[in-house]
Design a protein around this ligand. Structure first.
Ligand SMILES: Cc1ncc(C[n+]2csc(CCOP(=O)(O)OP(=O)(O)O)c2C)c(N)n1
Ligand SMILES: [Mg+2]
Length: 353
């Protein structure tokens, strides 16, 4: 497993620092492109398995999967460099896996086991893996946004050239925490002290509330104007478009120390949470239409059309991904519950520290 993660990391890093490139002209080699396909398929199969396990009663608490949005995190995290920090809300499994967290440990965390990424004490919404750049995993909508902006300030204060990738949903942007934090990001950014890349994952719903029912001003990227933060939109279902946009945006934030926002237009192809069975707020027809733009299906078509992979190569990758996920389920199933004497460990700060 460690070997495949290292290979993934190398592949992710292979695509960076090449300057400004448009979608379709990324100049990525076959191995890199297939690597991205593999990452997206691992995430999708992982989420399918997690949702099944939740519905079998093996996962407690709550669980939100990322299916449909894979191209967004895959594209943006391809630009990750050591030292960067990534912070997101509760739909966080993909971010952890793409940053290189061990799938076994992530699944065990969802199962609440002692071998989990945070020893079974966080669960699905609170993944944390500092060694790989993931600073959480937060369940309070919008609550992580001030933390991310503060981390970006700290990075420049420490004279680092690292950046923060801060993921937020279309629902979170109406939260007061967003507006206060964005105001400070814009202000500090004037001095080059806020390298925050806001990645607004617009999947068009906050639970069962569509954007139109949540705000009178539905151009979400434009909300960043109020705080002097420049922005653009990208097709979040098209991995190559996301990659091209991510490279530009990340390079800009890293160089200037100023915040920047990208609104990725995407769609959640599954229920809001694994415990939700009825989707009264949207039509089956709407979901069917979006399925035709499934980011994995679109990327498959591109790989086949460009000759970068044939059906057999894709099938092999899918089979490998299935093995990784099967192994994660087996590992989580067989892992022990957290030990009782671990209950207070890492929960309270040591007053002496
Ligand atoms: C402060 C707060 N209010 C309400 C909730 C309940 N809640 C959970 S998810 C959610 C919707 C958030 O939507 P969005 O930011 O678009 O994220 P998505 O689920 O689409 O990824 C809400 C309102 C919460 N967790 N925290
Ligand atoms: Mg949303």
């Amino acid at each position: 497993m460690a070997t495949t993660q290292r290979a993934d990391k190398k592949r992710r890093q292979a695509g960076r620092d090449d300057g400004i490139t448009a979608a379709g002209e990324l100049g990525l080699d076959q191995e890199t492109l297939r690597g991205f396909y593999r990452q997206m398929v691992v995430v999708r199969l992982f989420e399918d398995a997690a949702q099944r396990s939740f519905r079998q009663g093996k996962i407690g608490g709550y669980l939100h999967v990322y299916s449909g949005q894979e191209a967004v995190a895959t594209g943006f995290l391809a630009t990750y460099q050591d030292g960067d920090k990534v912070i997101t809300a509760y739909r966080d499994h993909a971010h952890a896996l793409l940053l290189g967290s061990d799938p076994n440990a992530v699944m065990a965390e969802l199962f609440g086991r002692g071998t989990g990424l945070v020893k079974g004490k966080g669960g699905s919404m609170h993944l944390f893996d500092v060694a790989n750049g993931l600073w959480g995993g937060y369940g309070i909508v919008g609550g992580h946004i001030p933390l991310g902006v503060g981390m970006a300030y700290a990075l420049r204060y420490q004279q680092s050239d690292a950046i923060v990738q801060l993921y937020l949903g279309d629902g979170a942007i109406h939260n007061g925490a967003f507006h206060e934090a964005a105001n400070l990001a814009g202000l500090w950014g004037r001095e080059g002290l806020n390298p925050t890349l806001f990645v607004l994952e617009n999947n068009q719903y906050g639970m069962g509330t569509s954007i139109e029912r949540a705000t009178a001003m539905t151009d979400l990227a434009a909300k960043f104007d109020s705080y002097g933060i420049e922005h653009e939109k990208v097709d979040g279902m098209d991995l190559e478009a996301v990659l091209a946009c991510a490279r530009r945006a990340v390079a800009r934030v890293r160089e200037t120390g100023r915040p920047y926002a990208v609104e990725a237009l995407t769609y959640r192809l599954v229920a809001h949470g694994a415990g939700d069975f009825f989707e009264k707020y949207r039509t089956k027809e709407e979901v069917r239409t979006w399925r035709e733009r499934d980011p994995i299906g679109l990327f498959e078509q591109k790989l086949l059309a460009s000759g970068m992979a044939d059906e057999r190569a894709l099938e092999t990758i899918r089979e490998e991904a299935k093995q990784i996920v099967d192994e994660a389920i087996r590992f989580a199933d067989e892992s022990p519950e957290p030990a009782l004497d671990e209950m207070a460990t890492d929960v309270y700060a040591d007053a002496a520290e």
